[in-house]
Design a protein around this ligand. Sequence first.
Ligand code: FNR
Length: 364
Amino acid sequence: MSTEIVNVCEYEEAAKRKLPKMVFDYYASGAEDEWSLKENRHAFERIRFRPRILIDVTSVDLSTTVLGFKISMPIMVAPTAMQRMAHPEGELATARAASAAGTIMTLSSWATSSVEEVASVGPGIRFFQLYVYKDRNVVAQLVRRAERAGFKAIALTVDTPRLGRRESDIKNRFSLPPHLTLKNFEGLDLGHMEKTSDSGLASYVAGQIDRSLSWKDVKWLQTITRLPILVKGVLTAEDTKLALHAGAAGIIVSNHGARQLDYVPATISALEEVVQAASGRVPVFLDGGVRRGTDVLKALALGASGVFIGRPVVFSLACEGEAGVKKVLQMLRDEFELAMALAGCTKIKDINRSHVQTESERLG
Ligand code: FNR
């Protein structure tokens, strides 16, 4: 039997064989019982299509626009920390792969490559993910650097006032391998993580992230940057309205890949509530458990303007570097294009609510 990897999920098994256990577990794990981690996938499985037939699908156009930027498909790269643990080229390989695919890469603030290094790989549309630290001066410096390096938006992560409890990281005494650093903090006196008896990452975060972060800080952020701000980590209608009020340019429905609060709903289950509350005023995006082109179609049918992928990037990076990330993006593109054609959609705007049936609609 061929060992060729034919879908995104197979990269996870391959990465497990390849990576040191501590690194694989850090990438793969979710919080506590990992209920939300499994649910992120299961909830996609419960949605059915209502395909339309006898529509000319000779050509299918996947291109779309995000915050005014034209991209080749509504599938983008989510921020995932410390990509050089997966591959020596880390975030640089990811940036090249995203550019080659004509899509957006979001760089984590905990990247093992700096904003300048990532910018140096060449043209590409990139967003910068931000955690807010107690020292606002550090935040301001990070934002300035991202702006100068040509990043086009800030994805402000709002679901991490404290780090979720990931038990394999505790067991493995997770810490960043000593030859790597969090490059964006170099020179800011924050880039060095101490190995402690607990999780090194947890102690680092506990020390630096501002637990008092609130909506007024979203407004403050707009006083120090003109970049649009996407609020990443919204799961309710209430917070969607507050995000709009606070000036968000867009919303990312995310449960942080189920690594924060366990027993939150799957993001695909929370999406529609957020879309309705946003009522078309800002675009709504989704991440969490997207592994198939059909998942992308489901998310768009439920009102998302695009999706982001997290783990598939680090797993494919671990296996095959830049070529792996390119393959994952290509697989999702091909599957999504096929799913659109089979559902009778020839362009992104054709995808609408009537193309899916949720479980409650089936039962009720
Ligand atoms: C993340 N995520 C994340 N989010 C963020 O805002 N800043 C970060 O530094 C990280 N780091 C990170 C590391 C790893 C290993 C994972 C798996 C996730 C969350 C990420 O942006 C995204 O929300 C999820 O990964 C999406 O879910 P999937 O695609 O991994 O299922």
